[in-house]
Design a protein around this ligand. Sequence first.
Ligand SMILES: Cc1cc2nc3c(=O)[nH]c(=O)nc-3n(C[C@H](O)[C@H](O)[C@H](O)COP(=O)(O)OP(=O)(O)OC[C@H]3O[C@@H](n4cnc5c(N)ncnc54)[C@H](O)[C@@H]3O)c2cc1C
Length: 479
Amino acid sequence: MSNQKNTRRDFLRKSATLTAGVTAAGLTTVTGLSGCTASEPQSPVEFIPGKPVPWINWAGNEFCYPSQRLAPTNDEEVAQALAQAPGVVRAVGSSHSFSPVVPTDDTLVTTDLLSGLISHDADTHQAEVWAGTRLHDLGLLLDGVGQALPNMPDMDYPSIGGSIANSVHATGSSFGSMSTYVLGMTLATPSGELLECSAQSNADVFQAARASIGSLGIASRIKLQNSPSFQLTEVNGVEKAEDVLDDLDQRFANNRHFEMYFLPYCDWSLTVTTNEAKPGDENVGEDDPHAVNILRQVFGAVSWIPGIGDDIYQRLIEMELKKNATVNTIRTGPSHKVFPHDRIVRFREMEYTVPVEAGPACIREIMQTIRRKKLPVCFPLEYRHVKADDIWLSMFEGRDGAAISVHQFGDIDYKAVFAEIEPIFWKYEGRPHWGKIHTLDAQRLAALYPRHWQDFHEVRRALDPTGKMLNDHLKHIFL
Ligand SMILES: Cc1cc2nc3c(=O)[nH]c(=O)nc-3n(C[C@H](O)[C@H](O)[C@H](O)COP(=O)(O)OP(=O)(O)OC[C@H]3O[C@@H](n4cnc5c(N)ncnc54)[C@H](O)[C@@H]3O)c2cc1C
């Protein structure tokens, strides 16, 4: 394959230049996104001398002032932290959740120093790792012993413990969430005991702990079923969204991984198709982590034009995408380098998983609603498939899922847009991602997990009768 310079980035840059002349102030038909390209949120908190140092999540929408921060380095120190800390205790991995699963003004236990590979088995491709290990470190460490995670999310900043707590997933119809790779874990319970759990030992705790939102204690070690290491090739394309939706089952069935990004106010979509690499595969073009800012600039430049702003936006986007429809950016290499992408532009995210059969109708309704209500959003929506599992509070429990994500730039209030879209997910029996923004309470969530909601809470209450692990958000979603 030849080195193609004409990438989506070039298209977006050209569109931004084209529209640079029309960034005048004026009435807005699609309000909220002016022509600027900022995406950094204002810091929600300040460091105040004499007050505890604040904790803030990656997205900058959640914060707290923990009076005590602990950083255990081994199993016993994790257990001791839980046994001795007064008040509410929360674990924190890499702070990449959008929902308030971490905040506490009492004790925050960071897993930063619980990092690395503990042991591995070359025959079974199993490995035991410290729970605080970041996915980008884990990829390298496993590669060093000939292993790889079977699938990975689209970025590698989170810790493995935080990923499992929230049932983090990637895409691919034959692949479950990251919680499905877990064979066992060492859990420090709220009372300060160390408990081994697996399918064979403390099986009910194991079923609950593989998607617990950090409510059963703190995992110190995790045993994973990995694959032999492998190489991947990712091909990025631009295609008519409706054509791809019509062919969706084939796309997922015929490729190891497939996902789509829907562009608001546009009939075209970006597709990402990933398969095991073939000899001769080469990199073509490059990923541009800032491209979404340029999309925002184009949107802001034309959306003010009364009545026709969104129409011009669609025409500009289409014009260039059609020209470039045959040009693909290709990334090839070791799986742990191809799965993740740089996520530099700050954003906030809501994601729901609907039954896989309902996915196309749900995304169509969302895209139509954005147009009809002229919602101020141009950030692409992500569409992925995840295989069903049997983990009690997994978003994929008992059903194959279509995971649909809606984003807003980090410096823009997301609430109005998310409030318009969230009820659409409810119509399709969507289950919210535990680590992303949603408004459901315990009663609504219990109805979405009819089979095992009570089983989960029996285990939780047995391990944590006083609610030591429950911050305000966990009380809201669990009690
Ligand atoms: C840019 C970006 C991209 C993302 N992409 C994806 C994606 O592709 N797929 C996806 O599914 N999600 C995605 N997410 C969401 C994110 O991966 C999850 O919220 C994940 O759980 C964050 O992991 P963390 O290590 O940052 O955990 P944190 O946010 O620090 O904590 C998450 C939860 O885990 C608990 N926890 C942490 N460590 C432990 C432990 N050792 N034992 C017990 N509980 C623990 C915490 O108490 C908390 O409840 C993305 C987020 C961002 C910001």
